[in-house]
Design a protein around this ligand. Structure first.
Ligand code: FES
Ligand code: FE2
Length: 422
């Protein structure tokens, strides 16, 4: 096993190799991978500046001039809708001295840098710069805001900082995301609630926590974990990520839906339909019969992560009687669940930094986490395709074994649901 571009001593590599082992004998990652700023700097280059990252929903940018400024691991980004209806992403970096030309979100006709008043249009072109006439041969065309790749799928807006990145479609198809999620039709839903909050922990803990079925029956016992198939959870491992279909009630108090089954799922699923998929590096989509609820995590720094939880409902729900009241009940509930996780995430970050921390063994319920940790190590070290294929084969065997104990299809019923939909 060879490290790629970061110097790791033999003791460190020895600790990491334990995560590379097969699930039954593997260990969790050593703590410094979550706490060291130099590891984070390497992750920014190899993951966040290379992978496609979700930064919003198309309905948040409905009108000309709608924009959002954000920072991903400190990298300033600006997303906006232009006059021709296109969505654009730029580096939010003034071409004079680097100040961020826009902050927050809202609607603007152009972006005026707050420092010396250079003005850019919605396509990033420099329109005006005070005193520019004093500069011989001032070239406006070379002072546009640098473009960042942007594409959409399912109503989600993704950006990629790498000019040589694969297309979003190819990227998603590597893990079968588009095929898996087509059934949910996220493109036919609208965001009814957005919950944004910062957690004082490393970004890797967020997707890990969201595929951690081990904790659901413990910390979420009172909220939604009481009716969750924790002991027979069926992960369908993909090349990098995973998906799963299972049974759980909707994300509302006592699992009682206040809405109806989404029109396109009617007659095809029960009110216990639940599914999830992970889009590397930090987006987890959860589906229920009546909603879609993605979690997106983007790093602020090595020990702070910003989480956005979207709740998406079919258009037709928004005009239903007492929609606002019902929506508030759902919104309060996801905040309750998120806060249950938040306390654990903060404590995890503190704990792995302790001199007493020794990474414990990975159990079967952590099959997806183990796969994620190794996706991550593929970025940090060298790809291990053989180990990846072996993990997938082991995962398939586990699905078959699980299926042999019941008459359900081995993917947790997903294939039956999809074929019923066709
Ligand atoms: S830094 Fe933006 S106008 Fe000077
Ligand atoms: Fe949780």
């Amino acid at each position: 096993m060879q490290e790629r571009g970061i110097a790791l001593d033999e003791t460190t590599l020895e600790a990491i190799r334990k995560t590379r082992r097969e699930l039954g004998s593997a260990r969790h990652l050593p703590g410094f991978l979550y706490t060291a700023p130099e590891i984070f700097a390497y992750e920014v280059e190899t993951i966040f500046m290379k992978e496609w990252l979700c930064v919003g929903r198309v309905e948040e940018f409905e009108n000309e001039g709608d924009y959002r400024a954000l920072r991903i691991a400190g990298e300033p980004l600006l997303v906006c809708r232009d006059g021709a209806g296109g969505l654009n992403a730029f580096s939010n970096v003034c071409q004079h001295r680097g100040v961020e030309v826009a902050t927050g979100e809202g609607t603007l006709k152009s972006f005026r840098c707050p420092y010396h008043s250079w003005v850019y249009d919605l396509e990033g072109k420099l329109l005006g710069a005070p005193h520019s006439k004093e500069v011989e041969g001032f070239d406006f065309s070379s002072c546009a805001l640098p473009r960042v790749n942007l594409d959409t799928w399912g109503g989600y807006i993704f950006v990629n900082f790498d000019p040589d990145c694969p297309s979003l479609e190819d990227y998603l198809d590597e893990d079968g995301i588009r095929e898996f999620a087509a059934f949910l039709q996220p493109e036919n839903t609208r965001t009814s609630d957005t919950y944004v909050f910062d957690v004082p922990c490393n970004w890797k803990f967020i997707p890990e926590n969201l595929m951690d079925m081990y904790h659901v029956g413990v910390i979420h016992k009172e909220s939604f974990g009481g009716h969750f198939p924790v002991n027979d959870f069926r992960f369908n491992l993909k090349k990098n990520g995973y998906n799963a279909a299972y049974e759980s009630f909707t994300m509302a108090p006592k699992g009682v839906t206040l809405f109806d089954t989404m029109p396109w799922l009617k007659g095809k699923v029960t009110d216990k339909f639940a599914c999830t998929t992970w889009i590397r590096p930090t987006m987890n989509i959860f589906g229920r019969h009546d909603l879609i609820q993605p979690w997106v995590a983007l790093p602020v720094d090595h020990a702070t992560t910003r989480i956005t939880i979207y709740t998406q409902l079919p258009d037709s729900y928004f005009d239903a009687p007492a929609f606002e009241e019902k929506n508030k009940i759902y919104a309060d509930f996801i905040r309750l669940v998120a806060n249950e996780d938040r306390a654990m995430l903060e404590s995890l970050q503190n704990g792995v930094g302790s001199r007493a921390f020794r990474p414990g063994p990975t159990v079967k319920l952590e099959r997806a986490i183990h796969h994620l940790l190794n996706y991550y190590l593929d970025k940090l070290l060298s790809d291990d395709d053989e180990a990846r294929a072996k993990r997938r084969r082991d995962g398939e065997e586990a699905l078959l074994e699980s299926a042999s104990r019941s008459s359900e299809p081995r993917d947790g019923g997903y294939s039956a649901m999809v074929s019923a939909a066709e």
